[in-house]
Design a protein around this ligand. Structure first.
Ligand SMILES: *Cc1c(COP(=O)(O)O)cnc(C)c1O
Length: 401
């Protein structure tokens, strides 16, 4: 008979055990980043297809030089929250460059993209408000919706018609928000931003867009997907992170001067957290310059992505029809098969992320292949060869087309 667990330790051990039983237990592995899109893991050198450094900026010499200059002038830490004394010239410069990149009147830095999402949603929405949320939105958006105490309703993934239907049946709220990612982190597909904006216009809602995976990667200047739509600022709030294509760490919000002033004064994850470190801000400025002036990084990614998607599909792998860009999910289905394939690829020197519930819906476990400019064409060749070898060994067969 199982004894009823009594102490916290016993309860946690039992909960961990059931995670293990369900194949959902996670632990961290030591990964040493190496030059040229490589990394070392378990003493093996791998191509890194499991990161989000899409443009290969994380170890770019310009970023390192900028970071070193800031360190030698003023050291590392911001020493305080930005409201007290942690707002330095590096923070001001990075903020200004983000606003220019995103073509908004103003911007605000946060400790992370997670903090930007939670802080912004909680500062704007409350118990009298309604939030409509795409079903596949990132956990930080969901947590922000929950913590805001607004009423929140989920609409089917990327389904603008459903979003309109739900929103048009609602009345009596102080404010309504539509919240979506622009490029979805697990499917690599795009939100119907133009339609969502039309809905926001028609039904007087605000559109909040998380451009975490689009910043630096899409748009003529790397500003993301919103920039292509030439949107009015008073209906749209753009959130982003420095932790993906920018190659660093930190989050930000771009929008009107009034919005940013309000967030300065009310976003708690901004107010009660220490400012970003100085070298990160300095490197961020250098990264944004590269994003704007070296479109060849984006262009290579677009070509590499199209090549990887069409080659894997031709080889019988299941990639969602709407996938476009550097996040390439290869849907396997079963959790066990997914993790086994990830191991098999790793043995061939290819590191990809095996993604399973609860990160993605049950039955849609997948290999998440994320491409980086750092790996160049020979990395792409190695990736495709390894997938082909797995296919020949009989893997992923039941999901073939
Ligand atoms: C990664 C990610 C975040 C969180 O960004 P961090 O800066 O890593 O905290 C937020 N939203 C989406 C969609 C993401 O993929």
């Amino acid at each position: 008979m199982n004894a009823v667990p009594s102490t916290l330790e016993q309860q946690l051990a039992a909960q961990l055990e059931s995670l293990k039983q369900a194949g959902q237990h996670r632990h961290s592995r030591l990964v040493l980043p190496c030059p040229g899109g490589h990394c070392q893991i378990d003493a093996r050198e791998c191509w890194n297809f499991a990161g989000n450094d899409y443009l290969g900026l994380a170890d770019h010499p310009s970023l390192i030089t900028a970071a070193e200059a800031a360190i030698s002038q003023a050291g590392l830490g911001a020493r305080a929250s930005v409201l007290v004394s942690g707002y330095t010239p590096w923070h001001a410069e990075l903020t200004a460059r983000l606003a220019i990149l995103k073509q908004t009147p103003a911007a605000l830095l946060f400790p992370s993209g997670y903090a930007a999402n939670v802080g912004t949603l909680c500062a704007l929405a409350g118990p009298d408000d309604l939030i409509l949320c795409d079903r596949l939105n990132h956990a930080s958006l969901i947590d922000g919706c929950r913590l805001s105490r607004a009423r929140f309703q989920v609409y089917p993934h990327a389904d603008a018609a459903a979003c309109r239907r739900i929103l048009s049946q609602q009345a009596g709220y102080r404010r309504t928000f539509i919240v979506t990612e622009s490029v979805f982190s697990m499917d690599g597909d795009h939100a119907p931003l133009a339609e969502l904006l039309q809905i926001a216009d028609d039904l007087e809602a605000q559109l909040i867009v998380d451009e975490a995976h689009a910043t630096g990667v899409f748009g003529e200047t790397g500003a993301g997907l919103l920039s292509a739509l030439d949107l009015p600022h008073d209906r749209v709030i753009s959130i982003g992170t420095l932790s993906k294509a920018v190659g660093l760490q930190g989050g930000f919000v771009c929008g009107s001067a009034t919005l940013i002033d309000w967030l300065w004064n009310s976003a708690r994850t901004h107010m009660f957290s220490t400012g970003l470190s100085l070298p990160v801000c300095a490197a961020g400025c250098a990264a944004i310059d590269l994003i704007r002036t070296e479109p060849e990084r984006r262009d290579w990614l677009a070509r590499a992505s199209a090549h990887v998607i069409s080659t894997l599909r031709a080889d019988g792998w299941n990639i969602p029809p709407a996938t476009v860009g550097p996040v390439v999910p290869v849907i396997i289905g079963s959790e066990a098969e997914t993790m086994q394939l990830a191991r098999q690829l790793e043995e061939q020197g290819i590191l990809v992320a095996g993604i399973r519930p609860p990160t993605v819906p049950k039955g849609t476990s997948r290999l998440r292949v994320s491409l980086s400019y750092a790996v160049q064409d020979c990395g792409i060749d190695a990736l495709l060869q390894a997938f082909s070898a797995c296919r020949q060994a009989g893997h992923g067969q039941q999901n073939g087309q």
